[in-house]
Unconditional design. Structure first.
Length: 54
């Protein structure tokens, strides 16, 4: 009979790492393209037109 060991082996799942890595890359690309500024401009325009100042 083979001797059992009490060592725990964890299998590393790769799909969460790939998904998170892809999200980070897309986030970096969006920031590099200036998207946060554009979103801020649109949000300001919508808010100002909603309260009647624009």
């Amino acid at each position: 009979m083979a001797k059992k060991t009490n060592r725990l082996y964890y299998k590393i799942r790769k799909s969460p790492i790939v998904v998170i890595g892809g999200a980070v890359l897309l986030w970096i690309a969006g920031v590099a393209a200036g998207e946060p500024e554009r979103v801020w401009e649109q949000a300001c325009q919508i808010c100002l037109s909603c309260i009647g100042l624009g």
